[in-house]
Design a protein around this ligand. Sequence first.
Ligand SMILES: *Cc1c(COP(=O)(O)O)cnc(C)c1O
Length: 224
Amino acid sequence: MNVEKYQEILHEIPENVRLIAVSKLHPASEVEAAYALGQRDFGENWAQEMREKHEILPQDIRWHFIGHLQTNKIKYIIPYVHLIHSIDSFKLLQEVDRQAGKHGRMVGCLLQFHVATEETKSGFLMQECEQMLQSPEFSALKNVEIKGVMGMASFTDDTAQVRREFCTLHSFFTKLKTEYFSENPDFKELSMGMTSDYRIAIEEGSTMIRVGSAIFGARDYSKR
Ligand SMILES: *Cc1c(COP(=O)(O)O)cnc(C)c1O
């Protein structure tokens, strides 16, 4: 890992912003190196990879699931996951709730919104999300706790566009907070910003940045 860059990021981010170190496709030894420096929040994109790391690494690590979650993989993460950032459908949320119930757990979740231009990025549209929040089926959920929203900006050099998209996500957060979660102090997280855009994200109100390559270097996708 790049210790210098890691410490630089820690120093530059405000106190209310949590750094999630994204360790996907990097070996457990890299997670251990960051752990030794005090890092406790780690992000992973694939359920099996996260499970393998969880089994061999210190138990006080807070594992954040940030990738696209398939319903048949929920079981690999539900016993220990700290926060699922990537809830992008009601069906997925219901299944997380059901399995969390089986384990007698409350599982923290963020609602992922689609704010980028790329169609490949997933997430709710506002109308769809509101339909869910207003439904009796949503009120019946017992084992999930909605703690905020997550989103990814477009992959572009146009920083004005990135800023606009983060601003949109922040406005979604505010709307949900005001109209659906005003009585819930735990609805407070705005997960946005990665290596290329975390500074803009913080300026736009991020409370959680998910940074991988700046800390751990380039990923080898051929391992997938
Ligand atoms: C991989 C990933 C990150 C980290 O990306 P970097 O550019 O390496 O910082 C953050 N968020 C999500 C959802 C990711 O999939």
